[in-house]
Structures are given as structure tokens and as C-alpha cells.
Design a binder for this molecule. Structure first.
Ligand code: ATP
Length: 369
């Protein structure tokens, strides 16, 4: 499933040069974005970046100040929320406290004038889908947070919308439940064959669930890519820093040869083989993930690229892996991590020891922005 790699595939949802102003504040700035049918798409960004505003415009609660939003080729401007094939699930769930689970799910269907037998069938189907059949007669306050979340979900998809919008859908759940529910949401999206657009500020959540992620900052799209691309090939310092942890070496390109570049940094000379658009003399950042850096008490063999000497500043044992902080003479602290299961021999590195970090020339990326 990767329609975005097919140039002939038609986007299902399109934001075309959308701007949204509140007074003289610009919440969304000339933003363009395409989402494909049946895609699980995440809008990821810090608080205030405009992600909820995008969702609200798609739902029809707000209209763009300029630009257009298309759904299946149709311009949505002027179409009221209830006539859009879109439904929204809010973080607060907004369940009716005095109604039972089944009444909550049936509410929208009743309003639409659906026949009673049909409503009963649909509600039963939805309850089964979210595995809450035995809780049909309970009221929201008699349910756990996770169960309430599933009622809200069942209610949101009961009308069979084409697109489900989820605003921080797991925000009210604790960490463990959130992780389980991420997989349930993915499963549900597959089963229903819907397009999901989820808003989140949690990068792990976006990485886990989404087919593609749009990273937003101040009302603009910084990058749209698959989770793997965002992680392995961030397009800017902002994206590299926003998703996962990263080491950034600021420096200047001193030489280029094919795809390789030499970068002079305060930490040392770095040779990179991912130098697509870096020109000699330009200021760049070399970004490398902690797991791509090797730490050792032994000096790497002569001729090994990208070896730097430092001092162990911190060691954290995290169960699945160990994280080392190594301080270079420049003062920069480099983070390196190693999976505990993958460690062949125990390196007796300890605090304040001299340590060597090293990494392969193809292990990081050069960022020009
Ligand atoms: P959060 O994660 O905190 O909800 P967000 O990325 O979803 O953040 P939005 O809710 O889209 O952000 O808001 C984007 C910006 O627009 C914010 O600075 C917010 O204060 C502003 N904003 C949103 N709605 C309005 C409004 N009705 N009137 C004025 N300003 C608004």
C-alpha cells in the first residue's frame, strides 16, 4: 500500500494553498498536502502548529481564509459538516453521560432517521467491532478509559463515514494502554477500509500507526514522508530533531567527491557518503542517530573514518538497550546506543573512561536546512 509512489494515483483529500487566519494571526500558511484513499495519515507537530485547525477545516467547523480543500475531487467550501463524508473523534470523546453505550452509538443514526431494526443491527456490529458487546447496557462512567475510547470510536464510525478524523485520539490513556490501542486503531482502519487522519504531538504514536506523516511547524509543512523516511532521511534539522533523538554536528563542507563529502566540525572531521546537495564551503549539519554510533574503550584501527575520542559522561541501562553519553573535547556530548541483545562481548566501559566513538560514512545524513 503506497499510492503516493504512483504518479497516476489520484489524491483523495487535497489541501491546496490553504491559509487560515484568526484576526491577524496566521494559523495555517499557504499549505498544500495530499492524502490518499485508505491511507492512515498523521499530522504531527508541537502544540499550536495548526494541526487541529487543519482537521477542523476538513470537518467543516472552520473555512479556510484562502485556498481550497478537495475531497474526492469535490471542493468542500460551503458544504456544512453534516453533509461531508467525514466524521471526527475528539480527545474528550464527548460521550453522553446519561446514555448507555448502545444509545451513545445509536444517537447519530437515530438523528439521521435510520430505521429501528437497521440501527439495532448497526449498533451490534459496531459493538462487536470494538469488542464491547457485553458492555452495551453500561453508562460511560461504568467503563474504563480505554473502553470509553472504544465507544467513541464505534460511535464515530457507525455512520460509515469515508474519512475519520481523530484529534489526539489516545491522549487520555496511560502509556501502556495507549500502545495497545495504537495497534487496535490500525487494525480497525484496515477492517473498515477508511481513510484516517490523525492529529498527534506524539512522534512515537505517529511513527507506529501512520502510513505517512506530515510534520508541521508554525502552520507550514516541514516534510511529508513515511515513518522510515522521516527517521532515516529527515529533510531538515527541525525534522531530525523532532522525530526520535539525533546527534547534530554543525560544520562546513571542505571537499566533495561524488556522493561523498568531508565536513569540518568542532567535534572532528566527518566523512559522509550521503552528500547529495551539499556544496563545498557551505554550512551544513551532519545528523546521525544514536544507534548508528559505536562506542568502545579501544581505539579503532588506523584508517577508520569518523572515529573520535572522548570521555564517558553518562551510561543509562534501559533494559532493551544501553545509552552512552560521550563528551568530546569540543564539549559536545554525543549520544550512542547499543541493543543489549546484540552486544557480543561486554565492554567494561564505565563513567569517566576514555572512549572512542565511530560510525560508518553512510550512517548519517547531511542537512542543508
Ligand atoms: P494543540 O496540539 O495545542 O491543539 P494545534 O497544533 O492543534 O495545537 P491549533 O489548535 O490548530 O494548534 O491552533 C493553531 C494556532 O491557531 C494556535 O496558536 C491557536 O491559538 C490559534 N487558534 C486556533 N483557533 C483559534 C481561534 N478560533 N481564534 C484565534 N486563534 C485560534
Amino acid at each position: 500500500f503506497a499510492p503516493w509512489t504512483d504518479p497516476s494515483a489520484k489524491p483523495y483529500i487535497e489541501f491546496r494553498n490553504v491559509t487560515k487566519r484568526f484576526g491577524d494571526f496566521t494559523a495555517v500558511n499557504d499549505l498544500s498536502l495530499s492524502i490518499y484513499e485508505r491511507e492512515f495519515f498523521a499530522l504531527l507537530g508541537a502544540s499550536g502548529c495548526g494541526k487541529s485547525t487543519l482537521l477542523r477545516m476538513l470537518a467543516g467547523f472552520e473555512e479556510p481564509t484562502s485556498g481550497s480543500i478537495l475531497l474526492d475531487g469535490q471542493d468542500l467550501r460551503g458544504i456544512p459538516p453534516y453533509r461531508r463524508p467525514v466524521n471526527m473523534m475528539f480527545q474528550s470523546y464527548a460521550l453522553f453521560p446519561h446514555m448507555t453505550v448502545e444509545q451513545n452509538i445509536a444517537f447519530g443514526l437515530k438523528q439521521d432517521g435510520m430505521a429501528k431494526v437497521e440501527i439495532e443491527q448497526r449498533v451490534a456490529e459496531m459493538l462487536k467491532l470494538v469488542k464491547l458487546s457485553q458492555f452495551a447496557k453500561r453508562k460511560p462512567h461504568q467503563l474504563s478509559g480505554g473502553q470509553r475510547q472504544r465507544v467513541a470510536l464505534a460511535r464515530a464510525v457507525a455512520k460509515r463515514p469515508k474519512v475519520l478524523l481523530l484529534d489526539e485520539p489516545l491522549g487520555a490513556l496511560d502509556k501502556k494502554l495507549r500502545e495497545e490501542t495504537q495497534f487496535e486503531l490500525m487494525d480497525l482502519q484496515q477492517k473498515l477500509g477508511l481513510t484516517f487522519v490523525v492529529v498527534t504531538h506524539d512522534q512515537e504514536e505517529a511513527m507506529t500507526m501512520a502510513d505517512r506523516i506530515a510534520i508541521l511547524d508554525k502552520g507550514e509543512v516541514m516534510q511529508v514522508a513515511t515513518p522510515a523516511e522521516v527517521y532515516e532521511a529527515p529533510g531538515s534539522r527541525f525534522v531530525a530533531g523532532f522525530v526520535g533523538t539525533v546527534n547534530i554536528f554543525e560544520g562546513k563542507v571542505s571537499a566533495r567527491e561524488g556522493v561523498a563529502a568531508t565536513i569540518m566540525t568542532d567535534g572532528g572531521v566527518i566523512r559522509s557518503e550521503n552528500a547529495s546537495d551539499a556544496t563545498v564551503g557551505s554550512d551544513v549539519a551532519f545528523a546521525i542517530r544514536p544507534e548508528k554510533i559505536k562506542v568502545s574503550s579501544k581505539e579503532p584501527a588506523p584508517g577508520i573514518d569518523n572515529a573520535m575520542q572522548g570521555e564517558v559522561y553518562d551510561i543509562a541501562y534501559l533494559g532493551d538497550m544501553t545509552v552512552y553519553h560521550v563528551k568530546l573535547p569540543s564539549g559536545q556530548v554525543v549520544r550512542a546506543s547499543a541493543l543489549n541483545a546484540a552486544r557480543v562481548t561486554e565492554d567494561p566501559l564505565t563513567w569517566d573512561d576514555t572512549a572512542w566513538i565511530s560510525f560508518r560514512p553512510d550512517a548519517g545524513v547531511i542537512l542543508t536546512r
